[in-house]
Write a protein that binds this ligand. Sequence first.
Ligand code: SF4
Length: 313
Amino acid sequence: MSTIAKASLNAAQQQVLDQLGSTDRPVFDPALRAQLRHELDQAFEPMIPAIPKDEPLFVSKRSIGMVHSCEQLFVADKTEEFQWSVPIARGIVSHKAIELLVGYRGNPTPLELVESAIARLENDAYGPGDFLLGLDEGERAELVALANDRVTTFMETFPPLERNWRPVTESKVRAEFANGQIQLSGKIDLQLGYARGNEAGKVTIDLKTGRSHRTHIDDLRFYALIDTLKTGTPPRLLVSYYLEQGTPHTEAVTEDLLWTAARRTAEAIGRMVELQSEGVVPERTPSGACTFCPLRTSCEAGVAFLAERAQTA
Ligand code: SF4
């Protein structure tokens, strides 16, 4: 995968290169794409009448994760107004800065990339533009410092992105079912490599700013599923890259993995549709997700969980 001289990499970068740069390229059945689509078509068919024609169901890794984690959180997230904060904006700014790194000429510093990312996001009507423009000088400085830390870590621990790896950042993937009534979509942080026919070659990378969690694997499997529905050839490797630790967690893509992702997706969407019906009461399942839940101060189960966790911490 690499033409980088070994001596130019530090130990962390070399570890990433060794883990991601395998030459093992599995070959997938060309019928897999149609088989997965057929399976999902069949699973979705009974759900379609319950989805309003003018309100397609948009499904993301986040919504699937929420409905599997706590149904009440999924419902609350749809109804409560989203609030930007500096820690939340840190993620989007860091990702944007890394996106810019791919195309930047010369040798930009992390701070230059972060400032450039913020300047672009300030003009984004659908993102955090208004929030960023409304920050006072102290808040803005805090955001720059937090994002600078993430980008610096990425540049220190990830090998420099070579153009012949075909790096793609913030790549959008989408799969539509039932004439667009159900839409699966995602934005992949970073992709390297490419398929050659049915021979897989792509590495799909999700950049993570917190601790490792089981759901991160499911997020990447969902992306692999959509990518397979899109192109027919799955990625060969899924990678959660933890910026704070500077380490990748990897999983090789197999057919079984894709079928598991398809079933998990269909189950989640089935429950999302049910939860839209009158009289269906969402279950409350306390977990680490309570920390970020908009109901964390009013939900009895969540309040008790967080209090107990604080005592044992
Ligand atoms: S506070 Fe926890 S248990 Fe309650 S709705 Fe939110 S995520 Fe679910």
